[in-house]
Design a protein around this ligand. Structure first.
Ligand code: ADP
Ligand code: MG
Length: 329
């Protein structure tokens, strides 16, 4: 069964198209990754699916309900965990859960039972009476996940749930997400720009860039779609190197990005020496050469001509500024 269906979903803000004619479906039981750089339109899409934002054009259904005309039914079907933390710091873990349960009118005895079970699931049962302000970033995220599950949703939306967490905690959070996907059979749609995580953990991924879906498939198919291996050369003179390498019969395609050029070739290890010799003969400086199998980052590069890291470089700076501004307040 297709539990999420988007048909030409579009959102414009004052003429600017943030989500541009997006159509895809998510199958029941999937962990579906929604990937893309900052500003690609991920949060806007999730917000429309969660009925928090009305679409400008297009349709979507979640758990069989129309996001425009059956908002209440959609809301009962979903749990949502947003990028920005939304816990009450001055309440305990248990109180945060209980408050949410009351909002959803879950009866007291059922509420108590579920809170207990969910706090156990995210390994916070022993900290249930501690104030959230004492919790680490990872603990807060776990509590938010538990809270998002309290009304037993069919679909869980997670918007960058591991943003800003250290790699170990990120792994931990993913373990919980996988566990509840398996044990509770919840369909998960998760946005992230950590391509490696998505690669390991998602059944399928859609890559969005500038509001448009540029690729959608299993991580394996997307990577295999690039074919061959990749040789990334760090050089200040990619302009000279590219046309020379293009002459080789084993050359498939190339992408220049920020002081690097990536060549897509067959049997890469056989051709490194060829590239090095060619550079030497033509006085082209090479700082480093690296050979690897395609990753989802390469898929993004392949379709956009840009690396997602270049995109993120700008946004990390932006986030630091936002963080500083918040602390000043
Ligand atoms: N309320 C809004 N008003 C105007 N522009 C917005 C609004 N929300 C998002 N945008 C713009 O829409 C684009 C997509 O934003 P968003 O969905 O938050 O991207 P992502 O979550 O992928 O980082 C960005 O260019 C953003 O600046
Ligand atoms: Mg976002």
């Amino acid at each position: 069964m297709k539990i999420i269906i988007l048909e030409s979903l579009t959102k414009k803000f004052n003429g600017f198209t943030a989500v541009d004619n997006v159509s895809f479906t998510v199958k029941e039981g999937e962990v579906f990754g929604f990937l893309g750089p900052n500003g690609a339109g991920k949060t806007t899409t999730i917000s429309m699916l969660a009925t928090l934002l009305g679409p400008t054009l297009g349709e979507a259904h979640v758990n069989g309900f129309n996001i425009k005309t059956q908002k209440d039914d959609v809301r009962k079907s979903i749990g949502i965990i947003f990028q920005d933390p939304s816990l009450d710091e001055e309440l305990t873990a248990y109180e945060n859960m209980d408050f949410h349960g009351r909002l959803y009118h879950i009866k007291k005895d059922i509420r108590e039972k579920r809170i207990k079970e969910l706090l156990k699931l995210v390994e916070l049962d022993e900290r249930k009476n501690d104030l959230v302000k004492k919790f680490s970033g990872g603990m807060r995220r776990r509590l938010e996940i538990a809270r998002g599950l309290l009304h037993e949703p069919k679909v869980l939306f997670l918007d960058e749930p591991t943003l800003g967490l250290d790699p170990q905690t990120r792994n931990h959070i993913w373990e919980y997400i996988q566990k509840l996907n398996k044990e509770k059979k919840i369909t998960v749609m998760i946005t992230t720009h950590y391509m490696e995580e998505a690669d390991k953990l998602c059944d399928r991924v859609a890559i969005i860039d500038k509001g448009k879906i540029i690729a959608l498939d299993t991580p394996k198919n997307l990577k295999d779609g690039i074919g061959g291996d990749l040789i990334t050369v760090e050089t200040p003179d990619a302009e000279s190197l590219c046309p020379l390498v293009q002459e080789f019969s084993w050359f498939k395609s190339s992408n220049q990005h920020d002081g690097f050029v990536t060549f897509n070739v067959m049997d890469a290890e056989k051709h490194i020496a060829g590239i090095a010799d060619l550079s030497c003969q033509n006085n082209i400086e090479i700082k480093s050469i690296n050979v690897h199998k395609p990753t989802l980052e390469d898929v993004f590069l392949h379709f956009t001509g840009r690396t997602i890291r270049e995109e993120e470089a700008g946004s990390v700076e932006h986030m630091r500024m936002m963080h500083k501004a918040r602390r000043r307040r």
